[in-house]
Design a binder for this molecule. Structure first.
Ligand code: F0G
Length: 472
């Protein structure tokens, strides 16, 4: 050991500091471009102040979403060369099916092109007009497919989830009393399933505890109600159980994931998140009757039941991604990076959703801009301000995303008015996170001069993707 090593080691001991680092190194890079303030002004105007409508060439650090934006590993890229592009019976499908059975534990698998394809199939298969679907907070595409099938979504998440400052460790939990009240009101026969999401996206990436899902299973069994899981970010949920729930500290993420899934009857998946691929999804089920219906519907809407809209090579990369995603050191560094950004912002007293969740930092736009009413879109405004400042792209998760009530046609006014800085997996460095934090700080310093936006174009479905604004 050299003197320098010895010195560093003693320093480490003195400071008691042990940093996490990514369990990979970079083999290939993709250049990104910094723009001028004038270019960003123009680009934002052209995009109607909606970050979804920006060209990615005009974006410097892209935190719009963690969906399909992850970096694949060398093993996954090698897998792409093993694509069996047969129309029927591709060998990659059987690899994918085996991976889902091994790691998630469900019996039957239907591949889809992405998450909403799976949401469509399960909704059409089991929801009848007039049904009620209770769930732990809505997700945009999930709720829309439930509504298009004739159902009504009812939120039964714990109250803490609607309070961005509440530090509850499992803000994704289902409030069983609220669920019981829904069952008493509409009758179990009108509830096709409980829609349960791991790390609840709209609540800030907040987890569900194992204790909660176990109790949910007991309650649902009493009434013969099924539970379907949105497994999109369930691996991240398993990390929080390992970290926070008694009895799980020594269990691997993979074991926790499988135990959690075992309390549910099936799952839909946007594989573009946890599963580390750029495109893909799946539906997995334990009951043969529902599987039969979904396997039949998939050939109508997605593709044959052994590819469901994916190429063979995509299914191979996905099978490998599933295995990589559940490695403890991967998940620890993924969430470690999200927390690093969160800690910087908290040091500067910038209001964010607490505790920091799995996939993103959620800026609390209501506290960021206390002078702006929700009807002038504070979170959308903040996303626009961040882009103007530095070319960092974020996303609105507030009144725009919540859409309109299908009955009254009025804006829904969600309690949470958030701007999401979503971190792609295995893509950006700590230095990128520093740049992002400094840009948020700069928008915060200018907050009092900031006015809101006016909506000037609004499409019928999922308006946040395509609506346009102008500054007030
Ligand atoms: N469920 C959750 C919890 C999601 O976050 C998403 C997508 C979906 C389902 C739908 O999956 O996009 O593959 O069709 N969320 C993305 C996001 C778009 O940015 O949060 P998809």
């Amino acid at each position: 050991m050299t003197d320098q090593h010895l010195h560093l080691q003693t320093m480490g001991q003195q400071h008691g500091r042990r940093s996490w680092a990514e369990p990979w190194k970079i083999k290939m890079v993709e250049p990104i471009r910094m723009t001028t303030p004038e270019e960003r002004q123009q680009a934002l105007r052209d995009a109607g102040y909606n970050t979804f409508l920006l060209k990615s060439d005009d974006v410097y650090i892209d935190l719009l979403t963690d969906s399909g934006t992850s970096a694949m590993s060398d093993r996954q890229w090698a897998g792409m060369m093993l694509g069996d592009e047969a129309y029927a019976g591709s060998r990659n499908f059987y690899r994918l099916e085996a991976a889902i059975r091994d790691y998630y534990g469900y019996k039957y698998v239907v591949p889809t092109h992405q998450g909403r394809g799976a949401e469509h199939l399960i909704s059409q298969a089991v929801i009848k007009p007039g049904h009620t679907i209770p769930g732990n907070m809505y997700f945009t595409t999930t709720r829309l497919h439930q509504e298009l099938a004739g159902g009504t979504f009812v939120d039964v998440i714990v109250d803490e989830a609607h309070d961005p400052a509440n530090p509850h460790p499992f803000k994704g939990n289902v409030d069983l009393d609220k669920l019981q009240a829904v069952i008493d009101r509409v009758g179990a026969e009108n509830i096709p399933y409980v829609s349960l999401a791991g790390t609840v996206n709209m609540a800030g990436g907040q987890p569900v505890s194992m204790e909660n899902v176990r109790a949910l299973r007991t309650l649902c069994d009493r009434y013969g109600i099924r539970i379907y899981l949105d497994a999109t970010r369930m691996v991240e949920n398993a990390f929080f159980i390992q970290e926070r729930e008694a009895g799980y500290a020594d269990k691997p993420i993979a074991a926790i994931l499988k135990e959690f899934c075992s309390y549910t009857d099936g799952a839909w998946m946007s594989a573009k998140k946890d599963n580390l691929v750029n495109i893909g999804g799946w539906l997995a089920l334990n009951h043969e009757d529902v599987f039969d219906q979904c396997r039949n519907l998939v050939v109508v809407y997605e593709g044959l039941h052994t590819y469901g809209g994916m190429a063979g090579r995509d299914m191979e990369a996905l099978a490998i991604g599933i295995e990589e995603a559940v490695q403890d050191d991967h998940v620890r560094s993924r969430i470690g990076q999200v927390r690093y950004l969160g800690e910087l912002l908290q040091e500067w007293d910038i209001p964010i959703v607490q505790p920091v969740g799995g996939h993103a930092i959620f800026l609390d736009a209501k506290r960021f801009y206390p002078h702006l009413a929700q009807d002038v879109f504070p979170a959308q405004t903040l996303a626009a301000e961040l882009y103007l400042d530095s070319g960092v792209r974020s996303m609105e998760r507030g009144i725009v995303s919540a859409g309109r009530d299908p009955e009254t046609g009025d804006h829904r006014h969600p309690k949470l008015e958030l701007t999401r800085l979503t971190i792609p997996r295995r893509v950006y460095t700590q230095a990128h996170m520093d740049v992002v934090a400094e840009s948020v700080k700069s928008a915060y310093d200018r907050r009092e001069q900031t006015r809101g936006l006016r909506m000037i174009y609004e499409p019928k479905y999922l308006r946040f993707f395509q609506c346009r604004f102008e500054p007030i």
